[in-house]
Design a protein around this ligand. Structure first.
Ligand SMILES: *[C@@H]1O[C@H](CO)[C@@H](O)[C@H](O)[C@H]1NC(C)=O
Length: 222
């Protein structure tokens, strides 16, 4: 029995990349703050020339809020999904941004959101609850490179920090996935219908997630 604590300490210190299957769970951000956040460690940190990121959120906030903040040492807004107002989504790519409007989501319900972007033609698109936006161009030919710092619950104004309470998320988030490609519409619609994906994200996978809770965030059953 005396060996156990030693083993435990070794387990905690040796392998930071522990994966958790969070199926059926959610992150709850219970109050407005400039501290509460979740750090996600991606499965790969190679340069990205295409992206799909999907998540579900539940909130009653009417002010602007950050949904997904991906920074690199070069750009604090390397890839950001920011809800400016009801139905208005801002997508940032390497510090440029484009707005997608009229994508109304529902307060106090789970809303499914996906955003896609690819470098080849610069086209970005946002999907909300099965409805898709106009396709708009941003940073054609650019890529997302450098070690990612991925944060939920706050918006990074510097690499890994400088949070602003007025941009924080309050509510619940679940089912986050990120792929290094643009998923076909059929796959995005499966996600929106909550039909389990055949293939989870290969950059971030909710069913195999390496994450760290910081300050007042709770992991609980949905
Ligand atoms: C995660 O857990 C769910 C529910 O138990 C299961 O259906 C799913 O196959 C698991 N995913 C992985 C990648 O193991």
């Amino acid at each position: 029995m005396k060996v156990l604590p030693v083993l435990l300490i070794q387990m905690l210190t040796c392998c930071s990349a522990e994966k958790h299957n969070l199926s059926g769970k959610m992150f709850t951000f219970p109050e407005e703050s400039d501290t509460a956040h979740v750090v996600l460690s991606p499965d790969q940190s190679k340069s990205l020339t295409a992206v799909t990121m999907c998540l579900r959120f539940f909130s009653d906030l009417v002010r602007a809020q950050s949904l997904f903040s991906f920074a690199t040492p070069e750009s604090s807004n390397a890839f950001l999904l920011y809800k400016q107002a009801n139905g208005v989504y801002e997508v940032d790519q390497n510090d440029k941004f484009v707005l997608f409007r009229a994508l109304g989501e529902n307060p106090n319900q789970w809303n499914s959101v996906c955003v896609t972007w690819n470098s080849e033609n610069g086209i970005a698109q946002v999907w909300v609850n099965g409805k898709y936006s106009a396709r708009k161009g941003i940073n054609k030919g650019k890529e997302i490179s450098g070690a990612p710092s991925i944060v939920l619950g706050q918006e990074q104004d510097t690499y890994g920090g400088k949070f602003d309470k007025a941009q924080s998320f309050v509510g619940m988030v679940t089912d986050i996935h990120m792929w290094d490609s643009v998923l076909p519409s059929s796959e995005i619609l499966l996600y929106m219908s909550r039909i389990p994906q055949k293939i989870g994200g290969n950059v971030i996978n909710w069913e195999s997630l390496d994450f760290t809770l910081k300050e007042y965030v709770i992991l609980e059953d949905q």
